[in-house]
Design a protein. Structure first.
Ligand code: GCO
Length: 449
């Protein structure tokens, strides 16, 4: 079977500032909530932090050259907010602007298009002291940051993304507390959802006012939730509520200007405090966008469990394969998700802005890094996406997470997602076999299985 992608299909790699840059306090950069969080012992597996990450800050020319050698046409990166505004708002740090201009110019020089995410989780710590995303004003802080970036980098950016995974910021950062800023309060997390979405709306509105022409959208992390027992009404209902909590809670306001009512009624019954919504908020959030980006990796299977809060359900691992960080490999979930998103929301265009897997990679005796499992994973997931596209889903591009191995948030450096291996002791880069495979996929605009 041969997968032949349309001529204008876009292939890329995705990265994030905190995960690759390092240089956490260089050249006037302020502290971010992830700097603070990773410096607290116990928060990061293997006691790592992102202080150096993979030194992209110093090595961006080398890495971009490597991307070019591999024929990668599109590079997704993010802007570290406190590099631009060390205090979060107010005075701009010129060195931060210059740095990102140099990176973007380097991409351009090498013929690589740039997709830029404004917020990939590095909120300035100074703003956290004012409540961070829990503060309604956060949407205004973000708008000011976004306007500065649009103005400073607009001529060099091919695609803009307002937020990466508001779900992770809200729930990981404020409900489970496994991510920065490490708060555990579900009701606050819901308020964060609302403020993040308002921030997104404000940035899109500002962007249109400024008359820039590249496309702008948002990246949501979504995946499918299936009931463990197909005929069990309690499992089915819980799977539906989890789907609302992870997917609809963000996509409904953006595409339909409403929050999922079934979920909100359920949560009220569980003593959760619903977010404060003011007049005009939903209109602001529902600004038209040019595309929807999806980060998707796995699927979940839900079993009703009375003891859990606020949703009475738990995830039950099935018998299938898992990646090195324990995520279930369910390519069919990619197909179902794309079909569902298309049917439910009709976004004009969809990009898979992240998909990939963690493998236990190592350097072989011959100096090479072979990662057949990653190639296998990608073949299956890209194949599933292809089928959805063939059936009418407007899928326009596919970014692999990620280019080089990097700092994987709470997993530290213990999880390798890269197409390129990084030896952290020497910072040496070695393209894995998946990098060469992906290079061929791009060249042939498809692959055979
Ligand atoms: C996320 C982020 C990435 C991750 C990737 C692998 O989805 O959490 O966008 O920064 O590193 O997804 O976990």
């Amino acid at each position: 079977m041969k997968y032949c992608f349309p001529e204008d299909f876009q292939w890329g790699v995705a990265t994030a500032a905190y995960q690759i840059e390092g240089a956490w306090n260089a050249d006037g950069k302020g502290e971010s909530i992830w700097d603070r969080f990773s410096h607290i012992p116990g928060n990061i597996r293997g006691e790592g932090d992102g202080d150096d990450a993979c030194e992209f800050y110093e090595r961006y020319e080398e890495d971009i050259r490597l991307a070019k050698e591999l024929g990668i046409p599109l590079f997704r990166l993010s802007i570290n907010w406190p590099r631009i505004f060390p205090e979060g708002t107010g005075t701009v740090n010129r060195a931060g602007i210059e740095y990102y201009r140099k990176v973007l110019e380097c991409l351009k020089k090498n013929g690589i298009k740039a997709s830029v995410t404004l917020y990939h989780w590095d909120l300035p710590q100074k703003l956290q002291y004012q409540g961070g995303w829990m503060n309604r004003q956060s949407a205004d802080w973000f708008e000011a940051f976004a306007r500065t970036c649009f103005e400073a980098f607009g001529d060099l950016v091919d695609q803009w993304i307002t937020l990466n995974e508001p779900q992770s910021t809200a729930m990981g950062g404020h409900a489970s507390g496994g991510h920065a800023p490490g708060i555990r309060d579900y009701s606050s997390a819901l308020q964060v959802v609302h403020n993040l979405l308002r921030a997104h709306g404000k940035a899109v509105k500002a962007y249109r006012e400024m008359g820039l022409t590249a496309e702008i959208g948002i990246v949501l992390d979504m995946h499918m939730f299936y009931p463990v027992e197909e005929g069990n009404p309690a499992d089915i209902r819980m799977a539906r509520l989890f789907q609302q909590q992870t997917n609809q809670l963000y996509a409904d306001p953006i595409f339909k200007k409403v929050y999922p009512q079934e979920l909100f009624e359920y949560l009220s019954g569980r003593r959760v405090v619903l977010p404060e919504i003011q007049e005009g908020d939903m209109e602001l959030i529902g600004q038209p966008i040019d595309f929807l980006g999806l980060n998707t990796y796995w699927s979940d299977y839900v079993r009703y469990d009375e003891e859990r809060w606020p949703l009475q359900g738990k995830m039950v691992q099935q018998d299938g394969f898992v990646t090195d960080c324990g995520w279930e490999v369910v390519p069919e979930g990619m197909y179902d998700l794309l079909k569902w998103v298309h049917a439910e929301y009709h976004p004009k265009q969809i990009f898979i802005t992240e998909n990939g897997c963690a493998c236990n990679d190592w350097i072989g005796a011959d100096g090479k890094v072979e990662d057949p499992n990653r190639i296998n994973y990608l073949k299956q997931y890209i194949g599933a996406a292809y089928r959805a596209m063939e059936e009418g889903v407007p899928l326009k591009g596919y970014y692999i997470w990620t280019f080089t191995d990097n700092f994987e948030w709470a997993w530290g450096k213990t999880c390798r997602f890269g197409l390129v291996f990084v030896d952290y002791k020497t910072q040496k880069r070695i393209p894995k076999s998946s990098a060469y495979w992906f290079s061929e996929v791009i060249k042939n605009n498809g692959f055979e299985v």
